[in-house]
Design a protein around this ligand. Structure first.
Ligand code: F6P
Ligand code: MG
Length: 450
């Protein structure tokens, strides 16, 4: 991984930023992120006894130390202090510190240091989660404690009924999959793509860590939700996979789908179900999942969450849930499912810089036939988190990022959106002024052009 910083050399609009008072970025930095930090501090406090039982007095000292780092961080944030370099020696610290230098270089002379509210929102929000990680890393022996684990576990259990409904549905489909004709396969594919889309409502960052899970069956409400999909490129994704399947059957090659994961809990299960269907329908022959290497944006999937979820399903007291868990563990063992994590996913860079900053990851993604990017933060990084006009094409906003055909599946939780029809965004502004930030609307947006 190159320790370079990057530049965005194009006439692109401004980055979203907390400096725009009244914007969602401002509101996030002012209210939501301090709230998240307070919760993190509280979580550490509540686990004091556990640290003591595991590590004795050293555990208690570590808890105090981490809390003091986090309180300082909270204070820096709410008083809009300058962003400071990372002090830990983790492999990515240098890249972060160079990125800070790059941010400084963008400022006009005499306009001070990059600070929490004056900097691009994408940068400082990512930096916040990296600083939380730093606080833990600098507090041995509790360095590996995932401050967000509790919330992720809770949201998994609160979604039990929805998970059962989905696993049962998958088993029913799998039994008859060989008998389905092309039209029926397509219908099923569309269903599971949409379940995976609406699964993205369940993230714990938008709710500032408050419980946010899927309570009812995700399948029964799809028809009602259809009109909330603002860009729907499901047909393009289907054509790509179907063509690849047809040529493969003639030539005996493989079809690889990559899923850049987002949240653990119900959303992750919905992604597993989609991945399972892609294999059993032979639309794909291998699935590569990409998760986070550190706790991230409250509910994002780490390797631990990934394995834990499969184990939970396996051991569940429900026939179809456990069947899913067993099958999925089998795919992992066979290598038809592969889990990757790369530090690039927890850096602040927009994806058009990936080929420079993480060329090996870019090369890995180039092996894919289709990359699915789950969630809002991935969309922000794909489009550079900028104030694009709504009608700018997705392709333009990607700014030459194109390792392979790609599709973004996200519910809108940040005020960036491209690829809309003329007048569509303006109409939504009138009918539902909060349309960009509540997770009520979604997109399945494809770019197949090199
Ligand atoms: O403001 C909502 C937010 O914290 C955004 O910063 C971020 O894009 C999003 O939540 C995370 O959502 P997701 O889990 O879909 O990436
Ligand atoms: Mg997330």
């Amino acid at each position: 991984m190159a320790a370079t910083t990057t530049t965005t050399t194009r006439a692109a609009p401004d980055s979203l930023s907390g400096r725009f008072k009244g914007s969602f970025a401002y509101f996030t930095m002012k209210d939501r992120t301090p709230q998240i930090l307070t919760r993190v501090i509280d979580t550490l406090h509540r686990h004091k006894n556990e640290f003591f039982e595991e590590h004795g007095e050293k555990g208690i000292e570590a808890e105090k130390k981490a809390i003091s780092f986090l309180s300082k961080l909270r204070n820096e944030l709410i008083t809009d202090k300058p962003v400071i370099p990372l002090m830990d020696n983790l492999a990515d610290a240098d890249i972060w510190n160079r990125y800070l230098e790059y941010q400084k270089s963008l400022l006009e002379e005499n306009s001070g240091q990059p600070s929490w509210f004056q900097s691009p929102w994408l940068y400082v929000e990512c930096y916040l989660y990296r600083r939380i990680h730093e606080a833990l890393i600098q507090s041995p022996p509790i360095c590996d404690f995932d401050v967000f684990k509790e919330g992720k576990v809770q949201s998994f259990f609160e979604s039990q009924q929805a998970i059962i409904a989905l696993c049962t549905h998958l088993q029913e489909v799998s039994k008859i999959i060989e008998d389905l004709d092309e039209e029926q396969l397509k219908e099923e594919f569309f269903k599971l793509l949409q379940v995976s889309l609406w699964g993205n409502k369940c993230d714990l960052s938008i709710s500032s860590g408050e419980s946010n899970s899927q309570k009812c069956s995700p399948l029964s409400s799809l028809r009602d939700l259809n009109s909330f999909i603002l860009v729907n490129d499901m047909e393009c994704v289907w054509s790509l996979l179907l063509n690849s399947k047809k040529t493969r059957l003639e030539k005996v090659t493989s079809t690889r789908v990559d899923i850049v994961l987002d949240n653990a809990g119900f959303e992750l299960v919905s992604d597993f179900v989609l991945a399972d269907f892609l294999l059993s329908s032979k639309l794909a022959t291998e699935i590569h999942f990409h998760g986070k290497s550190i706790p991230w944006f409250v509910s994002d999937t780490t390797k631990h969450d990934f394995n834990w979820s499969i184990k939970q399903l396996q051991g569940a007291n429900h026939r179809w849930m456990s069947r899913c868990g067993i099958n999925w563990e089998g795919y992992m063992k066979k290598g038809t499912w592969v889990y990757h994590d790369h530090m690039f996913w927890t850096l602040p860079h927009e994806y058009c810089n990936m080929s420079q900053v993480a060329s090996e990851l870019y090369a890995e993604l180039q092996k894919s036939n289709l990359i699915i990017f789950k969630g809002d933060l991935n969309y922000r990084k794909l489009t550079g988190d900028r104030k694009w006009e709504f009608t700018v094409s997705f392709h333009q906003a990607l700014n030459k990022f194109h390792p392979a055909p790609l599709c973004s599946i996200r519910t809108l939780k940040a005020d960036v959106q491209v690829g809309l029809q003329p007048g569509q965004g303006e109409q939504l502004m009138i009918s539902d002024p909060e349309w960009m930030t509540t997770g009520k609307y979604g997109i399945i947006q494809f770019d197949g052009m090199p």
